[in-house]
Design a protein around this ligand. Structure first.
Ligand SMILES: C[S@@+](CC[C@H](N)C(=O)[O-])C[C@H]1O[C@@H](n2cnc3c(N)ncnc32)[C@H](O)[C@@H]1O
Length: 223
């Protein structure tokens, strides 16, 4: 099956799955995603009064966790799915969310101290453009936290099979989860990604793997 990754199609897909997004995230991550997100944000050690952007915020988990950990931050979230943003606004009421394309936002240059992006870059057709935007938005010395799936191995093949079966039987949205598995498998490995980050000007501060290497997060710095 061919998947169209144009922004219009991706936005439509996320609008469609938004009402069940959190529920299915819990199921397909076996309830681990929140712990991984918390561990990754903890590893950032966000400084008080910083400006923090959750890019491709979806339902707002990362902004909520960051604000809970460091209540003094100014928290912003961006997503282009209105349905996702509406959910995020209720989950993270102290974050300012806006409907924007992550590759072309209306924030000033060097506005943020931290940019968080969980499971977003994989859905963006023009990754380079998105990374250039992250670079533009970050202050010098600012940090970019990127979280997504990790290594492709025997375990990830079993994972793919289990998710496809579960979502086919129960989600009522088989196509979106087929897309998830395909986009995951077509996405560069964490080490390949690091090269793309380097090419856009970032330096790697930390690369970490969780859940038998099925998930990885990278902390990059704009020097
Ligand atoms: C898989 S969800 C991740 C949500 C959240 N960050 C999390 O970790 O649960 C990906 C989100 O990225 C958004 N997205 C994808 N491409 C985007 C773009 N170009 N601009 C803004 N949002 C985008 C989608 O609407 C969706 O809400």
């Amino acid at each position: 099956m061919n998947f169209d990754k144009t922004p219009r199609k991706i936005k439509k897909m996320f609008d469609k799955i938004a009402p069940q997004y959190d529920f299915w995230n819990n199921i397909i991550s076996f309830y681990t995603h929140i712990y991984i997100k918390k561990a990754a944000i903890r590893a950032l050690t966000i400084k008080p009064n910083s400006k923090v952007l959750d890019l491709c915020s979806g339902s707002g988990d990362l902004s909520r966790i960051a604000k809970d950990m460091e209540p003094s931050i100014e928290s912003f979230g961006v997503d282009f799915s209105e349905k996702m943003i509406n959910i995020a606004k209720t989950k993270a009421p102290n974050t300012v969310f806006s409907l924007q394309d992550a590759t072309n936002t209306d924030f000033e240059d060097s506005y943020f101290d931290y940019i968080l992006m969980g499971f977003g870059l994989r859905n963006i057709e023009d990754r380079k453009k998105a990374l250039k935007e992250v670079f533009r938005l970050l202050k010098k010395g600012g940090y970019f936290l990127h979280i997504d799936f990790g290594c492709k191995n025997f375990l990830s093949t079993i994972y793919d099979f289990a998710i496809l079966l579960l979502t086919k039987l129960f989600s009522g949205n088989e196509k979106a989860y087929k897309y998830l598995i395909k986009s995951k498998n077509q996405f560069p490995s964490p080490n390949e990604l690091v090269k793309e980050f380097n090419n856009c000007g970032f330096e790697v501060k930390k690369i970490n793997f969780c859940c038998c290497k099925l998930i990885s997060y990278q902390i990059l710095i704009k020097n």
